[in-house]
Design a protein around this ligand. Sequence first.
Ligand code: BG6
Length: 495
Amino acid sequence: MSESTSIVIFGASGDLTHRKLLPALFNLYRKKRIPENFLILGYATRAWDDKRFRAEMEAAATKYCSYDYSYDEWLEFAEHLYYMSGNFSSQDDFQTLANRLKQLESSPSDRMFYLATAPRFFLPIVKTLGQLGLVDEKEGKRRVVVEKPIGTDLASAQVLNKGISEVLQEHQIFRIDHYLGKESVQNLLVFRFANAIFEPVWNRNYIDHVQITVAEDIGVGHRAGYYDNVGALRDMFQNHLLQLVALVAMEPPANFDADAIRDEKIKVLRSSRSFSTEEVSQETVRGQYRGYRDASGVAPDSQTETFAALRLHIDNWRWQDVPFYLRSGKQLAEKCTEIAIKFKRPPIQMFPLPQDFKMAANVLGLCIQPHEGIHLKFEAKVPDTSAETRSVDMEFHYRDSFGETSIPEAYERLCLDVLQGDATLFTRAETAELSWSFIDSIIAAWHSPDGPPLTIYEPGSWGPEEAHDLLSRDDRRWIRSCGDHSDQVIDTLNK
Ligand code: BG6
């Protein structure tokens, strides 16, 4: 990292800056992870000045920083904050931006441009930066962070990726998927590849199936207008869920290098079986919570899914015939993200138990949030019986092993990685495009007459009954493998 750094946030008056970027950058500053000689220049259309920006950010820090800090720390940090208003595609405004940066920087600095704007501005900003030579790397590193979504389908993602790559080289582009910055998601690689005992059983010989649940208890709130054009598949599956699949399913990379890891993830996406239109109604479920259409900004007859579930197959040697069941939705019973690896049952039943007794299978729960950790459920003998067995749970929790405050916000990790030029946790263009081609085929089928119906589910439930059927057809059920419910089988109907 260079001695001095300038961070330009396009869209600095928006939600993302208030909620995520400012708290992340402030904490990096407190931990002395960013060069002492740094500045943050907020850029947006609103006619604010430095003073107003600092006041806004101070209010944001009070509201959104999850850590304790002193007011003196804030005052020191705030001295590095600046603001200018401008248009996102005006060469004149960008020239003023360039002049302002030169005037504020005391020496040649690395620069990070963060696109925290609405997606329609991504390309105009990158092109204007290019036209003014602001991303030439003659006087320091020039890195551009692109927020999600990378397009709304394969075609638009290709246009965006192509447009960006005409201006920037791949090493300058950082496409964010904030799930990859979560500590418990980063731990998936460590768990799998820094331990010798899991990898030998991490395959079709021992694993019966995998479940990934990304559940939210909140609805769409003030994002309803945006969300109604997007839906759960685009909002959550195309990026976060498929990234989790890739991390669980990938082969060991040759080393811990950004490209080696991303190469392996891409192979998983390439091996993911896409659905024919007929298969989509068998393999996918779409739901909408009751009351969604009443939200302001949502069409009264909206067909947008706020819940989706699907059965994914990965056609390779490791995973053939091991289904990956994925589900995600809003207004569900609780907020939790977890991955359950369900193992096969023992091959024979040698204990003196009833004939039709089915020994429970081992379940490994990779708990992404909110109780970050790992659970392993296995069978134990019930004391004082001859051979009665019961499932017990072995647990690891970050808060117990590393302390309550050990887990930084995903954006903190990601911003630091951009400053250091480490792209491991960022998505490549090809990854985004492969994910879109998988998701596009489902969306196209959903819009065809043969697609599955949109079913309404009750807020506070675990989604529509059809999501339950998706597994029960295979004689399986959704399970909770983390939290206080790790021994429960959860019915989608919340019965
Ligand atoms: C975002 C989606 O990418 O992820 C939101 O756009 C969703 O709709 C959010 O609420 C969930 O993130 P997290 O970190 O709270 O699980």
